[in-house]
Design a binder for this molecule. Structure first.
Ligand code: G3P
Ligand code: MG
Length: 348
């Protein structure tokens, strides 16, 4: 019992179920809140006929900023405080790789932001495509660094450096030069800049923070995402190596089951620290707009774990009314507000 509910009586915290939300296409679109999202958050805070407060977390494939900055953005968009303890973005699990690799290339995002995110995760030596272009502008004939980019990019000789791994943290802002540099490294002798392998199977591993080919932004049609960059990289690498090359490619984010398991651990900590709850859960409701990531992943973790993960598809993003979803949700509803009401009603 934590407070008086707006429907009379005391508010209670739900101890048997939680919600996890995708962000783009569910709560936000093109940087603006989807109107029903604000009301959905109020319902979760106990403004419902049962006076029940529902613990919840956020799990987005997006990224490009620190978790703190992303939470500040989301707090502003939804008009309420979102804390880092309830938030996972596409690159959050990359934090666990910081000890494994010494020198890493970080691709994507605005300016120096992703370098700072990677350094904040504990990566020791972070190189950006800008550093490589500053060293040798012939790498990308049509890419001219702006004065600010030139000043921020770090000067180094690269003569003895080996890029141990490539991490695509966020969407590329210059696909041509980023793909060029990724292909150069994938075709190099063990990640040495400026070298060319004869076998094309010794490049550094490449980690993408997610695989989404498209996502839901401000435009009425879906927009190309990081998965499209990956496909372009793969096709070009294969063409250039005559199909003989081998690139070691991994993806984090949804629909990977490991990402949902990571979310499960965060959820359990959040329930305890924020709501003082311990003990097992009955159901995790996951609300998403992309069948290939959100619904596929939720259904897969439901199969793989003892918890009941319940997939809810909304119609405000990638999935559109009239299409057949490539992965079948437990239920399809119009908006995130309907998704929240659906689960609460089912539980009460
Ligand atoms: O770049 C972000 C996008 O691919 C998906 O974000 O919140 O729908 O997982 P989200
Ligand atoms: Mg989405």
């Amino acid at each position: 019992q934590i407070a008086k509910g707006s429907h009379g009586g005391d508010k209670h915290v739900a101890d048997s179920f939680v919600y996890a939300f995708d962000i783009d296409g569910v709560l936000v679109r093109g940087g603006k809140p989807i109107p029903e999202a604000i009301e959905a958050m109020r319902v979760l805070d106990g403004d419902n006929e049962y006076n029940i407060v529902v613990p919840h977390i956020f799990l987005t494939n997006g990224g490009g900023k620190t978790e703190e900055e992303r939470c500040r953005d989301l707090s502003r968009q939804l008009g309420r405080e979102i804390k880092t303890g309830q938030f996972i973005c596409g690159h959050t699990p990359m934090r666990e790789m910081a000890e494994r690799y010494k020198t890493v290339l970080v691709v994507g995002g605005e300016g120096e932001k992703c370098r700072h995110v990677a350094e904040g995760y504990g990566f020791k030596d972070v190189v950006t495509p800008g550093d490589i272009i500053k060293h040798n502008e012939a790498v990308a004939p049509f890419r001219k660094l702006t004065a600010e980019e030139y000043a921020n990019s770090r000067r180094r000789s690269f003569s003895r450096d080996v890029i141990d791994a490539i991490f695509v943290f966020a969407d590329s802002r210059d696909w041509a030069s980023d793909i060029q540099i990724m292909v150069d490294l994938a075709m190099s002798q063990g990640g040495r800049i400026g070298t060319l392998s004869t076998t094309f199977d010794e490049g550094p591993p490449i980690y993408f923070s997610h695989n989404d080919v498209v996502w839901s932004a401000a435009h009425e049609q879906v927009r190309l995402g990081m998965g499209a960059l990956r496909r372009m990289f793969e096709v070009i690498f294969s063409d250039l190596t005559g199909g003989k090359g081998k690139a070691r490619i991994h993806a984090f984010g949804k629909p990977q089951v490991s990402t949902f398991e990571f979310a499960s651990r965060l959820m359990s900590d959040w329930r305890t620290t924020e709501h003082g709850l311990v003990g097992s859960l009955k159901t995790v409701y996951f609300v998403g707009d992309t069948p290939e990531s959100d619904i596929r992943g939720t259904n897969a973790v439901n199969e793989a774990s003892d918890d009941d993960w319940y997939s809810i598809l909304v119609k405000t993003g990638v999935y559109q009314e009239g299409n057949t979803p490539t992965y079948e949700p437990r239920v399809t509803v119009d908006t995130v507000l309907d998704a929240v009401k659906h689960g609460i009603k089912r539980e009460m």
